[in-house]
Each structure stands twice: as structure tokens, then as C-alpha cells.
Design a protein around this ligand. Structure first.
Ligand code: F6R
Length: 244
């Protein structure tokens, strides 16, 4: 695992945005795997800025997001799809047909999960998968468990994850969906390059366990240790518990 520590979350976002833009210049039809959450917001802001400055062209890029709430339509403002529209897609020149998302409203969930797996394959796999890290070590909606499900699947959200998402639901826990759809850890680990982002002191202990602890389904992020091209990008507070 390659670990990079930045002076601030903004410095991290600026460097990663340039990295993404460089990748798109080399490979205009690159396939990007994207997370939602608070952590990637500075990155999306920076990508939008670079696009407006004429320095980032997404016209041939494709994206796959990691997860979506069950039961929320793409145009529901609380959905992850709507989050991505607000923070990134509405402000760049990506073609809507190259934006891939799990649909939380389908009748047949397992067919939807298979569709997503096939779509990733048809796109030729994910070139750069960007990830955030849940406080409990989750990746996408792959929650800590006795065993992980390898491929895209329906998952029950942990109370901690629902609490962390309550901000999208007027802080009313009762309205936060109890289930979601998520890319599986094997799908994620098939990406050619993975960059895990974690910023802020609250993530420090979890980051330390992900990097220095054993590989265990009790901490899905630890599975990233199995990937041969994974980078962990941190700000100083998130790196504070690492040895040396
Ligand atoms: C959401 C996702 C989640 C988040 C994680 C961290 O698409 O993949 O695993 O990355 O919950 O969220 P923040 O960044 O809000 O701390």
C-alpha cells in the first residue's frame, strides 16, 4: 500500500484532481469509480473548477458510483445520484449515458445487481476507483460483517451508517433507508488502481486498522491490503495514529 499524507484536505483534493485530469488526458475514455460522502466534496469542487478553466475534459469518460439507497429514485434529492449531480455531473461535460448508477427503485434487485456487474465488465473494468472510508471501516455499503458478499448486492445498513447519512434526511433517522445496493469488495478490488481517501481526526483510528491491522470482514477497508495498486491518501489528522 502506498501512503501519501497531505498538509490539508484541500491540498489532497487539488493533487488528486490534477491526477484525474492527467489520467483523462492520457486515456480520454477512462472509467472512474466514484464515492459520495463528505470526503470527496473538495475533490469534486476542484474537478469542476478545472473543467471551467478548460483544463478537464470528461466528454468520453465513464463513471460508476459505488452505491445507492434502496427505494430512492435517482431524482430524489436525498439519493446518491442526486448528490453526484449536484456536486459534479451537473457542472462538467460528461455524457449522461456514460454515467452508471445502481437504481434503488427496481422491482428485481438481484437482476439490477447483475446488470451493474455486466456494465462494469462491458466498460472494460474500472481504471481508477476512488473510495471513502466509513467510520466503522465500511467501503461503499460493504458493512462490517462475519462474511462479505463479493459482488454487487443488496445490503442492510448499520445504525452507524444510517446515522452518518441522516444529514441527507433532515436529521430524521426514521426516514433514512435501512437498505442499500452496493458494489461488492471483489468488484472494487478488480479496479486497476484504487485511491482510498480519508480526512479528519475522526478517521485516524480506522485508517490505522485498515493499514496496519489484519485483513478481516469486520473491517471491509482492510481488504484493500490485498490489492497490488492501492494508494491511501490522507490529511495529517487522519494519518495521526499510523506508526512511523
Ligand atoms: C458512499 C460511500 C461510503 C463513504 C463513507 C465515508 O458512496 O462509498 O462508503 O465513502 O461512508 O463517508 P464520508 O466521506 O462522508 O465520511
Amino acid at each position: 500500500m502506498r501512503i501519501r499524507v497531505f498538509a490539508s484536505a484541500e491540498a489532497l483534493a487539488r493533487t488528486l484532481a490534477l491526477d484525474v485530469v492527467r489520467r483523462l488526458a492520457e486515456k480520454p475514455d477512462a472509467v472512474l469509480g466514484l464515492p459520495t460522502g463528505l470526503t470527496p466534496i473538495p475533490l469534486y469542487r476542484e474537478l469542476v473548477r478545472l473543467h471551467h478553466a478548460g483544463k478537464a475534459d470528461f466528454s468520453r469518460a465513464a463513471t460508476f458510483n459505488l452505491d445507492e439507497f434502496l427505494g430512492l429514485a435517482p431524482d430524489d434529492p436525498r439519493s446518491y445520484r442526486a448528490f453526484m449531480q449536484r456536486h459534479l455531473f451537473d457542472h462538467i461535460n460528461i455524457s449522461p449515458r456514460r454515467i452508471q448508477f445502481l437504481d434503488g427503485t427496481v422491482g428485481n434487485v438481484s437482476r439490477e445487481c447483475q446488470r451493474y456487474e455486466r456494465a462494469v465488465e462491458r466498460a472494460g473494468g474500472i481504471d481508477l476507483q476512488i473510495l471513502g472510508l466509513g467510520l466503522n471501516g465500511h467501503i461503499g455499503f460493504n458493512e462490517p460483517a462475519r462474511a462479505l458478499i463479493a459482488r454487487t448486492h443488496l445490503t442492510r445498513l448499520k445504525p452507524a451508517t444510517r446515522r452518518a447519512n441522516a444529514r441527507f434526511f433532515d436529521n430524521r433517522m426514521s426516514t433514512v433507508p435501512r437498505e442499500g445496493l452496493s458494489m461488492g469488495m471483489a468488484t472494487i478490488l478488480h479496479s486497476r488502481r484504487i485511491v482510498l481517501l480519508a480526512t479528519g481526526a475522526t478517521k485516524a483510528r480506522c485508517v490505522q486498522r485498515v493499514i496496519e491491522g489484519p485483513v478481516t470482514p469486520r473491517l471491509p477497508g482492510s481488504f484493500l491490503q490485498l490489492h497490488r495498486c492501492v494508494e491511501i491518501w490522507l490529511d495529517r489528522p487522519a494519518a495521526a495514529a499510523l506508526e512511523g
